[in-house]
Design a protein around this ligand. Structure first.
Ligand code: PLP
Length: 273
């Protein structure tokens, strides 16, 4: 087997880090400044996890490209989900948002436009009732809350290494087959073993065993796992997931958010205990 020349790797890495530092002086300065007011120097903690000693600070984005504060232009392979689908700053959306902002966006009353959106979502996705929220985390929270209320059950089930935003119940991981806290996360307020069952994605027998306790309000699932690379469902997995959730009176919630116009989708509003 080929051995890794660690010394060489370390020196190549050092060279790359130095080059990154030299080529992004303004980002480096802004990162130093932001540490004075932002936790860990970033608006969201995972932004410290980019390669390099500090994140690149953005100046502007359009279409598939963005420009950083040092004037360097990039093709955006970052998979910021919404941008990946629509491009950054799509003209018509920008105009519609600006138009509405000028008419007020912080009211606590419904508008006729909201009905249009509900009707259009029902037409497109075939599901009758809709609720709006601002993040996918919230969409998941709302769906979990409803599933618990309707089923009278406490627990939810997620797949190992899932990503559903900052929903406490989902921040739990199997290590050597045992459920525990996810490493590197700030502790959730309640032991997730009380709120959550975790099984490996594509593991039908484990899913069946977990649902057989009949204490799971809903399975919250991504159609394909996206947090540990992309893990695709094996043929037939989703059919079995659907069959087993129905058999055990558990709701199935598909977190299809690949973007910040999130939607946690009730896959079948008629199914229930
Ligand atoms: C599947 C999935 N669920 C939830 C989220 C969290 O989204 P938000 O930051 O809008 O809460 C994401 C974000 O990428 C996601 O991909």
């Amino acid at each position: 087997m080929e051995t890794v020349d660690r010394k060489r790797l370390a020196s190549l890495m050092e060279k790359e880090v130095r080059r990154f530092d030299t080529e992004h002086p303004r980002s480096r300065d802004l990162f130093e400044r932001s540490k004075g007011s932002l936790l860990a120097g970033v608006p969201m903690p995972w932004m410290t996890e980019w390669a390099g000693p500090f994140p690149v600070f953005l100046a502007e984005a359009g279409g598939a490209r963005f420009t950083d504060v040092d004037g360097r232009e990039y093709v955006d392979f970052c998979l910021g989900d919404t941008g990946a689908m629509t491009g950054h700053a799509p003209e018509r959306a920008v105009a519609a948002v600006a138009d509405q902002a000028a008419k007020g966006i912080t009211l606590m009353l419904p508008t006729e436009d909201a009905i249009w959106v509900g009707e259009e979502m029902a037409r497109r996705f075939g599901l009758p009732f809709w609720q709006f929220c601002l993040t996918a985390t919230d969409a998941n929270r709302f769906a979990i809350r409803l599933a618990r209320a309707i089923s009278g059950r406490l627990k939810i089930l997620v797949f190992n290494w899932c990503y559903h935003g900052s929903v406490d119940e989902t921040i739990t991981t199997l290590v050597d087959g045992k459920q525990g806290l996810r490493p590197g996360n700030v502790g959730p307020p309640v032991d997730p073993a009380l709120t959550t069952r975790v099984v490996e994605f594509n593991d039908v027998p484990a899913l069946e065993e977990a649902l057989a306790h009949e204490d799971v309000a809903c399975v919250l699932a991504e159609p394909a796992l996206t947090n540990i690379g992309i893990v695709l469902p094996e043929p037939g997995f989703h059919e079995q997931l659907r069959t087993l959730t129905r058999a055990h009176g558990t709701y199935l919630v598909l977190d299809e958010n690949a973007h910040h116009l999130c939607r946690a989708r009730w896959s079948d509003a008629r199914v229930g205990p």
